[in-house]
Design a protein around this ligand. Structure first.
Ligand SMILES: [Zn+2]
Ligand SMILES: [Zn+2]
Length: 196
């Protein structure tokens, strides 16, 4: 993917995500550290989703519930997918950073981006519908999302670039929720996670 393509199609959405990552970690982290965490979370989403498709089995909620449909009412399927997906996308960053007690990805960024991606998958992709995401349901080898990583790792369905700008609304709404929770619960985003 050319740099011009990247900037033309994704710069607004990525800038919004970056600014929100900086806001939720302020003043505990430098902007660079928040942006690094945001970038690692995008990779986490992409590879965790790919990983999910590697182990078919009764415990794989994503394949059984979301891809194959379990015959559940639509509202129940989406609610379960929403909860399980949210927990799953936080799982690896929380596990590894707890084990090593080094929060390279700030906790607030993990929460913010897991919330944003989950809301985007459930609301924008599943409820409103999306041409690009429906490709992933037709062929689970393509369009894992986010779309720029599909282009980068050659798992894009075609050469079209998905418009990620609607996600700006999601990330702003999720930023407000994270800021509220952070104030209410009282954690900080220091390198070693701590509560005030
Ligand atoms: Zn889906
Ligand atoms: Zn999938």
């Amino acid at each position: 993917m050319k740099v011009e393509d990247f900037l033309e199609h994704y710069s607004h959405a990525i800038a919004a995500f970056g600014i929100c990552a900086v806001i939720v970690t302020f003043p505990d982290r430098t902007p660079m550290s928040a942006l690094l965490g945001g970038g690692l979370m995008a990779l986490n989403y992409y590879f965790s989703h790919r990983f999910l498709h590697l182990f078919p089995g009764p415990l794989n909620f994503h394949l059984n519930l979301h891809h194959e449909k379990a015959g559940l009412p639509r509202w129940l399927e989406l609610t379960l997918e929403c909860i399980l997906e949210f927990v799953y996308f936080m799982f690896f960053p929380l596990l590894f950073q707890t084990l090593f007690n080094d929060w390279i990805i700030p906790f607030s960024v993990i929460l913010l981006l897991s919330m944003t991606y989950t809301s985007y998958h459930i609301y924008n992709y599943s409820i409103l519908g999306s041409k690009d995401h429906s490709r992933h349901h037709m062929n689970p080898e393509v369009n894992f999302s986010p779309n720029f990583l599909d282009h980068l790792f050659s798992t894009n369905f075609d050469e079209e670039h998905e418009d990620l700008n609607p996600g700006i609304v999601n990330v702003i709404a999720c930023t407000l929720i994270v800021l509220y929770l952070k104030r209410w619960v009282g954690w900080t985003d220091a390198q070693n996670l701590a509560t005030k």
